[in-house]
Design a protein around this ligand. Structure first.
Ligand code: PLP
Length: 423
């Protein structure tokens, strides 16, 4: 369990506050974030790279709540965005546009125009056609677009297939052998300014080696670019540093930095990092309540009030997320095996399968750990379940940073056409 979550008098606390007490005020389910934990993660990353010029751009798709983005902005961080909606959120949260990088394979003209007008730091461009589109949009606006090309270094990050993004068959980035042509094209387009090189190899990476491999390839490419006279100022190293969900032993930022800093410092650039999961993953939990316990001959099912629409990682990736009781039982060593499932009408709706947990009773509160990243942001209203609230704790204080959605929220924007209304 991360430092900010601990048991006191057998009750789970987040920083100075009892989770059960917050649950009685807020109702369940809800996401609960520790600002201390987020701050510590950011500072650890920042310290590890203190010896080189760098910007930590929080990859906000991991957790895009305005308050969370603001927390990292207050720490001096920038933001990595992947859509116009994220640009809107980043600006609304108070981010400095000169610290915003825009990634993603499918930027629309409207999104590009908005980002240009905001004056972002750079576009991480994922294809040659995208270069041309950005150039044209910049021309129409009478602006110059700062660009980096996202290189696909063809390394295997040894992670889930869905989160590996730097292998040659991936949809992301430009192959190294086509990259030089891309840069030459960029230079020939008058409304682009080539400022950087970008790479992002995947997510939940638990070894330094794939980063090192990618970095060495990028470094020799940067040398080549400089020989051709490109004024490369930024190297964007992407995100992806893993966190422990179960028994993974990912490198700390310190260990990561020790191995890559010798190469990075020799490159003499400002380095951009785009951590998402690392900054917020273990700073958040999903608190839910047991509705029913169903024992059949084959299996025990614990049915809780949170479901795959609230937290999809177990269903989507088969991800393991620890589940612990909010109130420790009297006999903490007793264990039963059960599936922890939600009310959604899908067999794929589960939070845990064949999990050893303490014996559970109806009404008990459970905490799903590691829910701060790709939790709320991947949630939906499937089964017309209103999205759950998000709560941020600081010390002895908590704030509802997103209220629970109502049934009215569910139908906002919908209309029954006249031709269906009869008379
Ligand atoms: C998703 C993403 C990240 C963040 O990945 P994490 O594993 O959460 O650190 C960073 N950069 C890009 C381009 C991404 O798509």
């Amino acid at each position: 369990m991360p430092n900010s979550f601990s048991y006191r008098d057998r009750l789970l606390h987040c920083e100075g506050l009892s989770v059960a007490q917050m649950a009685s005020q807020i109702g369940t389910p809800f996401y609960l974030y520790s600002s201390q934990s987020m701050q510590e993660q950011f500072r650890a990353y920042d310290r590890a790279f203190a010896s080189i010029p760098h910007v930590i751009c929080f990859s906000m798709k991991a957790n895009s709540n305005l308050a969370v983005v603001r927390l990292f902005v207050n720490e001096g961080g920038g933001v990595d965005i992947v859509s116009g909606g994220e640009l809107f959120r980043a600006v609304r949260a108070g981010a400095d546009p000169r610290k915003i990088v825009f990634s993603g394979v499918g930027k629309t003209r409207a999104e590009i125009a908005d980002a240009l007008k905001s004056g972002i730091l750079m576009f991480n461009v994922e294809s040659l056609p995208e270069l041309k589109t950005i150039d044209r949009v910049a021309q129409e606006l009478g602006l110059k677009a700062p660009v980096a090309l996202r290189i696909n270094p063809d390394v295997d990050p040894h992670t889930h297939d869905y989160t590996a993004t730097g292998k040659k068959e991936s949809k992301f980035g430009i192959d190294l052998d086509q990259a030089m042509d891309g840069y030459r094209l960029a230079r020939s387009l008058h409304h682009l300014e080539v400022v950087g090189v970008d790479v992002h190899i995947g997510s939940q990476i638990t070894e330094v080696e794939p980063y090192e491999k990618a970095l060495l390839k990028v470094k020799s490419f940067v040398d080549q670019l400089r020989r051709e006279g490109f004024g490369i100022r930024y190297f964007d190293f992407g995100g992806g540093l893993g966190i422990p969900y179960k028994d993974e032993k990912p490198p700390s930022p310190q260990e990561f930095a020790e191995r890559v800093l010798p190469i990075l410092s020799a490159m003499d650039l400002t380095v951009i990092f785009e951590p998402g999961r690392f900054l917020v993953g273990n700073a958040g939990i999903l608190v839910c309540k047991v509705l029913y316990v169903k024992d059949s001959n084959a299996k025990s099912h614990v049915i809780v009030d949170a479901a795959m629409n609230d937290l999809i990682r177990p269903s989507l990736y088969g991800a393991y997320q620890e589940i612990i009781p909010v109130s420790l039982p009297a006999e903490p060593d007793r264990r039963v095996t059960a599936d922890v499932v939600g009310p959604v009408c899908e067999s794929g709706d589960f939070l845990a399968k064949d999990r050893e947990i303490p014996p559970i009773q109806v009404g008990d509160l459970l905490a799903v750990l590691g829910a701060g990243a790709y939790g709320f942001t991947m949630s939906s209203t499937y089964n017309s379940r209103p999205r759950v609230p998000e709560v941020l704790v600081r010390g002895e204080e908590f704030h509802l940073v997103r209220r629970r959605e109502t049934f009215e929220d569910l139908v906002r924007g919908e209309e029954i056409p006249v031709f269906l209304k009869g008379d």
